[in-house]
Design a protein around this ligand. Structure first.
Ligand SMILES: [Mg+2]
Length: 308
């Protein structure tokens, strides 16, 4: 497969695909530049809820990636969009602009809520405010997590405020190892309140809708490094799933994956040029075709282990 055969919309995960722990991944920036120069629409999609999209875009540009601030969508932005639009699956109508929303997260969450026209407030500043007056509580990565914040968030959710999670990733990788992700904090509020959240980020549809607002509606290619979030996100939202092996998931993980990728490559440069494709044979069993021989053989062994 040459890049000419890839779809016109490309959704690119950031961590583990473009860079790893702040260090750029060789060939990735050139691959994205090529996709853009061939006329494709590119959006970067991240479950990271903490930062501002403009900050992620600046980091990407500093590493050589073509990335405008309006080409990055975060799980915080997806959560804010869900609040506006409502979510039939959660039986929640959209909130009116100006609604008071409790935030448990970073500057990216507060900014996304503000940009969407809501009135964000730290949950610990809502002591004594009735849940009826707080349209929603949105929980992401909260580096100032405290017992008081969990208590207030759980009180509001128990009282009927709409409970949203930016994402449910249990951890995220840093230079100093795995740190607790939004999912760990969401779990505390969920257990304390007895309520399950509406989830905005990958693999759910909220982030797919936010991405479509940048690259348009229709099938595209998701490039990611985590099978359980990125590949699930792709397949559940009508996109091709492209796995790169520069981040979290390894070839062996394909043996137990719920959602298989369509394309697999060692890195983004190879994904654009000559990925291994996973297709179904005449008996409906997944098989690895094309691409580099050693990767194709390793994928074949992992796929074979699924069938036993
Ligand atoms: Mg990633």
């Amino acid at each position: 497969m040459k890049s000419a055969e890839l779809p016109a919309r490309i959704l690119i995960d950031i961590d583990g695909v473009c860079y790893l722990r702040g260090t750029r991944i060789d060939g990735a920036a050139e691959a994205v530049t090529r996709l853009c120069s061939e006329g494709r629409s590119v959006v970067y999609v991240t479950n990271n809820s903490w930062g501002l999209p403009s900050t992620y875009a600046e980091t990407l540009r500093a590493l050589g990636f073509p990335a405008g601030h309006d080409q990055v969508v975060t799980s915080s932005m997806a959560a804010a969009s869900l609040l506006l639009e409502g979510d039939p699956a959660s039986r929640r109508p959209g909130l009116a602009r100006g609604a008071l929303v409790g935030a448990m997260g970073g500057p990216g969450l507060v900014s996304a809520l503000d940009d969407a026209g809501f009135e964000p407030s730290g949950v610990d500043e809502l002591d004594g405010v009735p849940a009826d007056d707080v349209g929603a509580v949105v929980v992401g990565v909260d580096r100032d997590l405290s017992y008081a914040r969990v208590s207030q968030a759980a009180r509001l959710v128990r009282g009927g405020s709409w409970f949203l999670a930016t994402n449910t990733d249990a951890t995220f990788p840093t230079e100093s190892g795995l740190l607790p992700g939004a999912g760990s904090i969401v779990g505390a509020v969920s257990i304390a309140s007895g309520v399950d959240p509406t989830v905005a980020g990958k693999p759910e549809a909220g982030l797919a809708k936010a991405a479509a607002s940048v690259v348009g509606v229709g099938p595209g290619l998701v490039i990611g490094d985590r099978i359980e979030t990125d590949m699930a996100f792709a397949r559940r939202n009508g996109h091709l799933a492209g796995l790169v092996l520069t981040g979290v998931s390894a070839v062996e993980d394909l043996a137990s994956a719920e959602y298989l990728p369509d394309l697999v490559a060692n890195d983004m440069a190879e994904l654009v040029e000559s990925p291994v494709r996973i297709e179904l044979d005449d008996h409906g069993a997944p098989v690895a075709v094309s691409g580099g021989e050693s990767l194709r053989r390793a994928i074949g062994e992992a796929l074979g282990a699924r069938c036993q």
